[in-house]
Design a protein around this ligand. Sequence first.
Ligand code: SIN
Length: 301
Amino acid sequence: MSMQNIWSVQTEAPALGKLSERFDIDLVAGAMGARVGGLDVSSLDDEGVSELRGLLHQFKAVMLNDQRADLDVAAYAEFGRRLGPLATDPYVDPIFPEQPEVMGLVREANDSAYNFGGDWHSDGSYLEEPGGLTVLWSRDVPPVGGDTLFSNLELAWHMLSPTFKDMLASRRCIHAATGYGASVDAPKKGDYSPESFAPELQRIEAVHPIKRTHPETGAHSLYVNQAYTTQIEGCTPDESAGILKFLFDWSASPAMTARFSWQPNSILIWDNRNTAHYAIGDYGGHRREMYRLAVTGEKPV
Ligand code: SIN
């Protein structure tokens, strides 16, 4: 794959905003991503929440390290609610009946099934109104491995040629819950093969613009992802597969990505409107215990 001009967009160091006066902020990669030290989610004031939102607009995924070891599930969900209304997943039984919005992502040391999130995806893109922000809290992490990769889909859109942008700008794509490997030349993957989906999940699909506009910043993103985007509306399957394969590879180019390693008691927040992510399942023999919240989003335009 060509890496044409991919770094030309980064011309100066980003400004970090007011939060950097109160907390330690480190950038994760040139493309995107920041880590914040010293910000306790259980005592964050309203101004801090609004500054955190600004940081998310700028860096798209923000990890808040060193949370209190005694942070409980209720306080975690309360923090999530300050970012927006939380969604519940109708297909997953809640593990904490008092906090049904908290979804457990627990993989035991001897688990051999394909790991949850182990392909490039933007959460819930197969829904009419996909989730906006996702929040993920680490309680137990492997000594090595289990990182989460991100790709900056604003950068992916921005770096396409004007001709390619023109070609895609008014097009839409079908996104399907069963999309893993179904319509492009990607291998079918264990738990994610379409046959293994429950009948109600097999019906879930939505059609979204390829050029998505962020509702708060107005910035444009290349809103496709390998896991769920199955076809460009109006193209034949073969025409579509060729273009989508290019777009999936393009948006996963190394210079568009950032890699977050985990420590226990960290909270990572990301924006699904302008990023895709990939949970790496390279920690066989070790346990990983995470808790996820989905902040509701809107119909992509
Ligand atoms: C996800 O895809 O939502 C999970 C990410 C992770 O476990 O790192």
